[in-house]
Ligand binder design. Sequence first.
Ligand code: FAQ
Length: 152
Amino acid sequence: MDDDTHIDADHVDILQTFIESHGFLSWLDLTVEELERGRIVMSVPYDEKLVNPGSPVGSIHGGIAATLVDTASGFALRSTFDDPTTGSLATTDLNVTYLRPATNDLRVEAEVLRTGGSMGYTDTLVSSVAPDGEEKDVAVGRTSYRLFHDSE
Ligand SMILES: CC(C)(COP(=O)(O)OP(=O)(O)OC[C@H]1O[C@@H](n2cnc3c(N)ncnc32)[C@H](O)[C@@H]1OP(=O)(O)O)[C@@H](O)C(=O)NCCC(=O)NCCSC(=O)Cc1ccccc1
């Protein structure tokens, strides 16, 4: 990892502590798998509590993928702040396109497309192991955020 993408290892612990103290995110058992400046990978394990009752393929509710898109994007954007432990951000737009049912553990990768003085944008990909055993894309997402740097 070069200096442009390096981020303190402590920051993963800070994000994981945030998740564990969050009622909703901790309930999903969300884990930060990889973090570098402007990019993050996170996962949620398959759990029957997340599955749509009566779904013939056992598909996970779409709100879970949407939550992954939002959370991973917010974290990826925060990682671009001069000091990622200060400031905050608010989601202003979130778009998710569902490509196929998710029936297994979920993985999301979020990448920052651009940050300006007050707005940030991300591109995300959610994937899951399909019944044929192959990891496949289950959703793609695009987001925008209002960034509140510490000085505001
Ligand atoms: C704030 C803005 C985006 C507008 O912005 P602008 O047009 O630039 O307007 P302006 O700069 O004038 O500020 C206006 C007001 O904003 C107040 N403010 C200051 N700091 C913050 C702050 N940090 N957050 C929110 N508001 C803040 C400030 O005091 C002022 O208040 P006032 O009006 O003077 O009393 C507005 O459209 C909005 O709130 N939308 C709803 C957004 C929403 O609810 N999204 C969903 C949940 S987000 C999520 O879950 C993300 C996440 C990801 C991953 C993990 C965890 C979380």
